[in-house]
Ligand binder design. Structure first.
Ligand SMILES: [Zn+2]
Length: 268
């Protein structure tokens, strides 16, 4: 995701480094012997392959391997989170954030061109690996297709995360609930197609549901037109593009209101 307050500054530090075929992990030294974290790293290349398969990305061919650049991955301990909390936080807010952090309910990962700046290892392997898969999916996809406005970026990563953890039925059920609850009309869908609106919209909802709306759009595009069609959309747009709605209308040859109706039907 964009602009995570807590990781605005990743301090220079001493890192323990673990390298796999697909990744270079930089690990906060106090976590290096953590057995649960070791599982995440041992599973990294298998996770990569599963995510690439979900996103229908060729990683097996000789050509794909020639082009492959390893993904950097930073794993922090809890300290950095506390150190980077925004200033002027009330005691009440601080306590709330601490509770969320301890229960693993805050998503602390973020991915950009520097790699996956993920996060705080809370000791919860299931949650951590789902989050890790989400952030890795961003970068595995970006390497093929670049970025798009946030609704599609988060849509792709959330789609991959859910299929990494579950099956198509559980994915569709989750997205159906989000769509029915948070997508009352096509006007909102159109508005969400700029990154600026997408992030501001999250303030009034839960992040999970807004991401799910993006994932519903991605599921629909992949199942109707295929992953290559989605990649082609990405290749013709960029993060700050305000014209995604027009691009989608041209590519799918229908106005956003029809696309909205079709997705609503598809999810019923
Ligand atoms: Zn994301």
């Amino acid at each position: 995701m964009k602009g995570t307050t807590f990781f605005a500054n990743r301090n220079s530090n001493l890192w323990a480094v673990r390298e796999t075929k697909r990744f270079i992990f930089h690990i906060s030294p106090d976590l290096v012997d953590n057995p649960k974290l070791k599982l995440i790293i041992e599973n990294a290349d298998a996770r990569f392959e599963k995510i690439a398969d979900i996103l229908q990305i060729d990683y097996r061919s000789a050509k794909a391997n020639e082009m492959y650049i390893k993904i950097n991955h930073w794993i922090h301990s809890n300290d950095i989170f506390i150190g980077n909390l925004p200033p002027n936080l009330s005691e009440e807010d601080f306590a709330k954030i601490e509770t969320l952090r301890k229960t693993g309910a805050i998503y602390n990962g973020t991915a950009n061109s520097a790699g996956v700046m993920c996060q705080i290892f809370t000791g919860d392997v299931v949650h951590f690996e789902a989050q890790t898969a989400h952030e890795e999916a961003h970068l595995i996809w970006i390497a093929q297709a670049g970025q798009a406005p946030a609704i599609l970026n988060e849509g792709v990563a959330t789609y991959a995360e859910y299929l990494f953890c579950g099956d198509r039925n559980s994915l569709k059920l989750k997205l159906q609930l989000a769509w029915q609850k948070y997508m009352p009309d096509s006007e909102l869908l159109k508005n969400m197609m700029t990154s600026e609106f997408f992030w501001s919209d999250i303030q009034s909802k839960t992040k999970a549901h807004t991401y799910d709306v993006g994932a519903a759009l991605v599921l629909y595009i992949i199942e109707k037109w295929g992953a290559e069609f989605l990649r082609d959309i990405f290749r013709n747009t960029f993060y700050e593009d305000d014209n995604l709605a027009t691009l989608l209308e041209n590519k799918t040859k229908q106005p956003i209101c029809c696309l909205y109706d079709e997705i609503t039907k598809f999810l019923e």
